[in-house]
Design a protein around this ligand. Structure first.
Ligand code: HEM
Length: 416
């Protein structure tokens, strides 16, 4: 029997990566009034999104002209013109350090070549199967812990863990390694604010994945890692450096975002009981409820590009080398596209698609998986927790953060 490689903890095992992450993503309960004010100044204006809310600086903008792109059409323009707006330069100092050679840090032609290969592993027909085999067992085992109690904190006891556990199941990680894995996945992102634990986490995940790939190549199974480890491209295996970077990114891009997206979905429904009742009664509404939650409170509020050449967006001159903050949260609440945009309304007319998963060549690879996970999670909660409602004796959920958003608690009651 193969012994799984062991993931090494940070040298300071008490370092609280989650607290540091909260500090970096901010304590702002509602960035939207400020976002609307900024959008009224123009759809493309000078400045740095992060600095509207915090003094914490990141490494991406150092010494460059900076612009914020806020309007929906302007955001779409940037996302769909990769020949003008580069990912490579924008993300090398941040994700390039945290993950390495991940698809987010690539431009064409490398991006086109590698993305095509990874994307095959996340096609709708592939991930739909994982719904039953991987997602349901995780969701059921987490619910088991509170289903008979009549109350729960759905963040602490459910949404914070389930997408990570889905990934552990695919990696076939030993359960006791889960907490270290989760901590390192969060810690690796801290390089963007200069914390040394960021690089330590990146290196430790790298050692673990290298050994895991070696083992799975020697002994392939039906799991995702074996699949990725043995894919051949033009008769060659994917290089380890590309695979390891992708796996580092997967923990974060797939775990943290889905946790936040599911938390926003539950918050939206539980604070709008008429809409919760409608979804409870007619599950064909689940898909539009997910879309609306991602538009209303998309987990990733902002992404980045650099202008390769001097250009214009919406009539505004953009000098070559400008660091651009693409404010997805603002595009998703652009009143020119979404009527009464601050309102959570699963019945809104869907004339424009939200950009919570971005658009263009870097459109989220995991969007189908995220939707499968959110669908299975919501249906399981509605099926198994009758009379699901907010706990009247506890504070109502409050979304927090200007970069990554979710509530810290979601206290509910139900009829046990
Ligand atoms: C609700 C959940 C999710 C949200 C809101 C989300 C959001 C995003 C966004 C906004 C981007 C594009 C960033 C940019 O262009 O700068 C992206 C890219 C990406 N996402 Fe997701 N994501 C989610 C779930 C997932 C999952 C489950 C996976 C796991 C497979 C995943 C893997 C990726 C990868 C690998 C990329 C990079 C794609 C590329 O650069 O070509 N995401 N995601």
């Amino acid at each position: 029997m193969t012994v799984m490689p062991k993931l090494e903890d940070l040298s300071d095992p008490d370092f609280d990566a989650f607290a540091m992450e909260r500090m970096s993503t901010g304590r702002c309960p509602d960035p939207y009034p400020r976002i609307h004010e900024l959008m009224r100044q123009g759809s493309v204006i000078e400045g740095i999104y992060r600095n509207e809310f915090t003094d914490v600086t990141d490494v991406q903008t150092a010494g460059r002209p900076t612009m914020m792109v806020l309007g929906y059409d302007a955001v779409m323009h940037v996302l769909t013109h990769p020949e003008i707006f580069t990912n490579r330069e924008a993300f090398l100092p941040s994700l390039g350090v945290s993950f390495g050679e991940s698809v987010s840090v690539m431009d064409a032609p490398d991006h086109t070549r590698y993305r095509k290969i990874f994307q095959k592993a996340f096609l709708p027909q592939v991930v739909t199967k994982w719904g039953e085999t991987v997602v349901d067992p995780v969701v059921n085992s987490l619910m088991e812990a509170f289903i008979h109690t009549g109350k729960a904190d759905l963040i602490e006891q459910f949404t914070h863990d389930y997408p990570f556990q889905v990934i552990y199941a695919q990696v076939e990680l030993e359960p006791e390694q889960g907490p270290v894995f989760h901590k390192l996945a969060i810690a690796q992102m801290l390089s963007s604010i200069g914390a040394p634990q960021g690089m330590e986490a990146t290196e430790k995940l790298g050692v673990f994945f290298a050994e895991l790939l070696r083992q799975r190549r020697a002994n392939p199974g039906p799991d995702l890692i074996s699949h990725l480890a043995t894919i051949e491209v033009d008769g060659e295996m994917l290089p380890d450096i590309i695979l390891i970077s992708f796996l580092r990114q997967l923990m974060n891009a797939g775990g943290d975002t889905t946790f936040r997206g599911t938390s926003a979905l539950l918050t939206g429904l539980l604070t709008h009981t008429d809409q919760l009742e409608a979804v409870q009664a007619d599950r064909s509404l689940v898909s539009q409820a997910i879309d609306e939650a991602l538009r209303w409170e998309g987990p990733v509020t902002c992404t980045h590009r650099y202008a390769k050449v001097e250009t214009e967006i919406d009539g505004v001159r953009i000098p070559q080398g400008t660091a651009i903050d693409l404010v997805l949260a603002s595009a998703n609440r652009d009143p020119r596209k979404f009527e009464d945009p601050d309102r959570f309304n699963i019945f809104r007319e869907r004339k424009h698609r939200h950009v919570a998963f971005a658009s263009g060549p870097h459109l989220c690879i995991g969007q189908h998986l995220a939707k499968v996970e959110m669908t299975r999670a919501l249906n399981a909660l509605l099926d198994n927790l009758p009379g699901l409602r907010l706990d009247p004796d506890r504070p109502a959920p409050q979304m927090i953060g200007h970069l990554l958003r979710s509530p810290e608690h979601l206290w509910v009651r139900f009829d046990a």
